[in-house]
Design a protein around this ligand. Structure first.
Ligand SMILES: [Zn+2]
Length: 119
């Protein structure tokens, strides 16, 4: 089950100078031509994600269900240096995808990797 966008906010220009040139966004254009990204991929210097659940309760979520996740893509204007969030959204994300993004639960972090998690 893919993530489903519930709400999306786009800020397509710098709030300080109005330029549409961004550091990672412009740098990614060449990489897209070489096939390193999909043509419509959003590329940012920083991408923040926050699942809308207290991690201590994640074991109570049924397999196959979804949770809301807020996401913000941050880049830098190459005309004036302003760092700003140019894309934000809220998605319904399958719990399995969220758990893969977050890694092992807090109690299992730091254990030797004999559990077959790869790495
Ligand atoms: Zn700017």
């Amino acid at each position: 089950m893919p993530r489903k966008v519930v709400e999306e906010f786009k800020f397509d220009h710098c709030p300080n100078c109005g330029s549409t040139h961004r550091l990672a966004g412009d740098a990614a254009e060449g990489a897209k031509k070489r096939g390193f990204f999909e043509k419509d991929a959003e590329v940012a210097i920083i991408e923040l994600r926050k699942a809308m659940i207290d991690l201590r309760r994640i074991s109570t979520v049924l397999s196959g269900s979804t949770l809301p996740q807020a996401r913000c893509a941050i880049d830098m204007c190459t005309k004036c240096g302003t760092i700003y969030g140019y894309l934000a959204d809220v998605c319904d994300v399958p719990i399995e995808e969220l758990m893969a993004e977050m890694g092992p639960p807090p109690g299992l972090r730091g254990l030797p990797d004999f559990l077959g998690r790869g790495g």
